[in-house]
Design a protein around this ligand. Structure first.
Ligand code: FAQ
Length: 313
């Protein structure tokens, strides 16, 4: 294709984005658009799969049968989200094997939040409330993303995340009605997860290398800082309602701005975790790689069955 033809295709592509049309897998797209989507969508898929690990550890320790059933369903949902997202990413011309290879070799990132340990039952409440709560705020915006398969996957994922958020909050409501020890456990979980939850939204807009272009392509519909602010404004009243204290002495309602002002995020900690030096990075990758290796026989059996039935892989 000549340079002029590519220029013309780019102009038509930008016009489609401007008209809010969805871009579909077989449509022409700039190579950078394709690569940026592979990067973000696969990192999102990896986050869902790695995100199963901290909560998966608590399934056998859930305090009641009802709690166990809800937690089991939630962890299974996260596996499903990973699968939709891997499938959606594959429509961009990359294989599942390549995507998993990127995860297992550390080339691809996953959300920083899953590198923190879940050490008490209250953490199950806090992860549902804060981590799924942050995920929903981010993902509701992504339902309007320009790439069709990503936007459509987000609609279903958001519905399930909202059940997760409520089951988490309900755990904390119960603990906050309990003994002093249970209340302390809930507060301790909030103290540990508050700041890492704010980091989930990524670096500040000024420090984010990808936001400007992703906003232009309508991959991102809101910036990291806007989403973070929305999360804080929504979450602080929920904490107050049940008697939890947000661990931020600078947190203050700003009447003029109609938002909460908040304290400085520890960006050094964020980048340390992103670069692989968080409290659980090594453990998470070890467990993930072992699960992949131990599942080889399942993949082999599925492929053998497909071959026998002449089902295309
Ligand atoms: N952790 O320029 P930006 C969930 C990286 S799903 C690690 O701002 P971008 C459900 C970023 O990749 C949670 N790395 O980048 C659940 C980039 O590195 P690269 C996941 C981070 O892409 C709940 C560099 O920093 N959600 O929780 C993080 O425009 C409970 C520069 O950053 C999604 O993935 C981070 N927090 O914006 C599951 C949503 N932040 O790629 C189980 C979709 C940034 O150049 C249990 N993703 N980085 O090497 C997004 O919305 C975006 O990708 C952002 C980052 C906002 C995460």
């Amino acid at each position: 294709m000549s340079e002029e033809q590519i220029k013309e295709l780019e102009i038509q592509f930008e016009a489609r984005i401007a008209r809010d049309e969805k871009i579909e897998p077989k449509d022409w797209m700039p190579e950078k658009y394709r690569q940026t989507h592979i990067r973000q969508m696969s990192q999102h898929a990896h986050s869902e799969i790695i995100g199963m690990l901290p909560e998966g550890n608590w399934i056998t320790r859930a305090p009641t049968l009802r709690r166990k059933v809800a937690l089991l369903a939630k962890v299974q949902d996260e596996a499903g989200h990973g699968l939709y997202l891997y499938s959606a990413t594959e429509t961009l011309g990359i294989t599942r094997d390549e995507l998993l290879e990127q995860l297992h070799t550390g080339k691809a990132k996953y959300s920083s939040i899953f590198n923190y340990p879940a050490i008490s039952w209250a953490d199950m409440g806090t992860i549902g409330w804060l981590v799924d709560g942050a995920a929903i705020i981010n993902q509701v915006a992504l339902c309007g993303a320009s790439y069709g398969p990503y936007a459509r996957a987000m609609v279903r994922i958001c519905k399930e995340e909202s059940f997760h958020q409520r089951q988490g909050y309900e755990i904390l409501v119960t603990l906050m009605k309990g003994t002093q020890e249970q209340k302390d456990m809930a507060q301790d979980a909030l103290n540990r997860f508050w700041w890492p939850s704010l980091m989930m939204f990524g670096p500040t807009d000024a420090e984010s290398p990808h936001t400007a272009q992703s906003m232009k392509w309508k991959l991102k519909r809101k910036t990291n800082d806007d989403l973070r602010q929305q999360f804080i404004d929504q979450t602080v009243p929920q904490a107050e309602l049940i008697g939890l204290t947000i661990p931020d002495s600078d947190l203050k309602w700003n009447k003029e701005m109609g938002h909460y002002d908040f304290g400085e995020i520890d960006w050094d900690e964020f980048w340390q975790v992103v670069k692989g030096h968080g409290p659980c990075n090594k453990e998470r990758m070890k467990v993930r790689i072992a699960a992949h290796e131990n599942g080889q026989w399942v993949r082999d059996a599925a492929m053998a069955y497909a071959e026998k039935q002449q089902i295309p892989a």
